[in-house]
Design a protein around this ligand. Structure first.
Ligand SMILES: C[S@@+](CC[C@H](N)C(=O)[O-])C[C@H]1O[C@@H](n2cnc3c(N)ncnc32)[C@H](O)[C@@H]1O
Length: 346
């Protein structure tokens, strides 16, 4: 093995700071022992990951190898050759995702562009016709075809993974679903809802009925009202909505934990909830709305406790597994929280 090149690992990306609960998830739920590789990165023995994405996983880089690369150093030809040698002899479409480990660090992002160019130059010398097969990664990921080359630059060096598009868990670099803020949205929580809708893959339709528990100041309510839905916003706090959005919103100053619907009414189209409550209480909300089949779709945010977040989630995971097409994920826009989203089969 050339100097400065690690053996392969499955490198998994998560929210920086969520590494302990992510490692615990891998160990407790999948029997996989890993360790932290840096902020927002954990490394696991290769080839053992379940196909479905994990709760705290933003993206995976299967078979990734770390090339130690001090600032200003070039990629050693022997290392480049070793990395490109895993590239298939058969020509096939490929695309590239570039990831700077620390998003806020402009320095790392700039350096990454140069390192990526250098890495590709080596590839062109080693793999004839390489550029001819380059495609937009979005298309390859949409069609689950070809290979995705992921280059992640961190302080220690460059992680390189080449894996089939179908093996990745998110269609965006680093699993960073960066949503665009709407200047009329009353809170940044709006971004969480936009991301949850993208991940769910369902666009709310005009005139659908929505109940939003813990709605104030109104980011989630706004996301539905701007699409022409009718929203019942439940919260004792004030909403800060524009006049246009407010026309489609009924504000109830009530407790979202005890808010119920009459049994004879058909299920509401959407139940969404973002209350600042412990996971046990959120579980009660889930049981009422999903167990009682009072909604067709649900997006529920669960705040994680400081201590032992995974044990707090386990009963919810266990219960939701048999209830239809539901996912539990830490969204890119989530903080110390995870989101349950999905549809009921009615
Ligand atoms: C994180 S904020 C919600 C932000 C909102 N999703 C948005 O997009 O603007 C949490 C809200 O939950 C509300 N809340 C907490 N406990 C509640 C309860 N039992 N019933 C109703 N609302 C509650 C709080 O008043 C607060 O406004």
């Amino acid at each position: 093995m050339p100097d400065r090149l690690s053996s392969p690992y499955d490198l998994l990306l998560c929210r920086p700071g969520a590494e302990p609960e992510f490692l615990e998830e891998c160990d407790t739920l999948h029997g996989l022992r890993g360790r932290t590789a840096g902020p927002g990165m954990i490394m696991l023995p290769p080839g053992k990951l379940p196909a479905a994405s994990l709760i705290f996983e933003r993206q995976r880089m299967p078979g990734a190898r770390l090339l130690t690369l001090p600032e200003g150093a070039n990629i050693p030809p022997a290392a480049a050759e070793a990395l490109w040698s895993s590239w298939t002899a058969e020509p096939m479409p490929w695309g590239m995702h570039l990831i700077a480990a620390e998003e806020e660090s402009g320095g790392l992002s700039r350096r990454l562009q140069g390192v990526a160019r250098e890495f590709i130059r080596h590839g062109e010398a080693l793999v004839p016709g390489l550029r001819k097969w380059e495609r937009k990664p979005e298309k390859l990921l949409r069609d689950a075809k070809g290979m995705i080359l992921q280059l992640l630059l961190c302080r220690e060096g460059l992680w390189v993974s080449a894996a089939p598009a179908a093996a990745l868990t998110a269609p965006v670099p680093g699993g960073r679903f960066r949503m665009k803020m709407d200047p009329e949205a009353p809170s940044r929580s709006y971004l969480k809802m936009e991301e949850a809708l993208v991940r769910l893959g369902i666009e709310p339709a005009e005139d659908e009925r929505v109940i939003d528990l813990g709605a104030a100041p109104g980011g989630w309510t706004y996301a539905f009202a701007k699409r022409g839905c009718f929203v019942t916003a439940v919260d004792n706090g004030p909403l800060k909505l524009s006049t246009a959005a407010v026309r489609r919103v009924e504000h109830l100053h009530r407790d979202g934990l005890t808010f119920k619907v009459p049994h004879h009414l058909p299920p509401v189209d959407w139940l969404v909830g973002d209350m600042l409550i412990p996971p046990g209480k959120a579980f009660g909300v889930l049981k009422y709305w999903v167990g009682g089949r009072h909604c067709r779709r649900l997006i529920l945010n669960i705040k994680l406790p400081q201590e032992q977040p995974l044990p707090a989630l386990l009963p919810i995971l266990e219960w939701i597994r048999s209830r239809g097409a539901f996912e539990v994920r830490q969204l890119y826009h989530d903080r110390r929280e995870v989101t349950v989203y999905g549809s009921l089969t009615l």
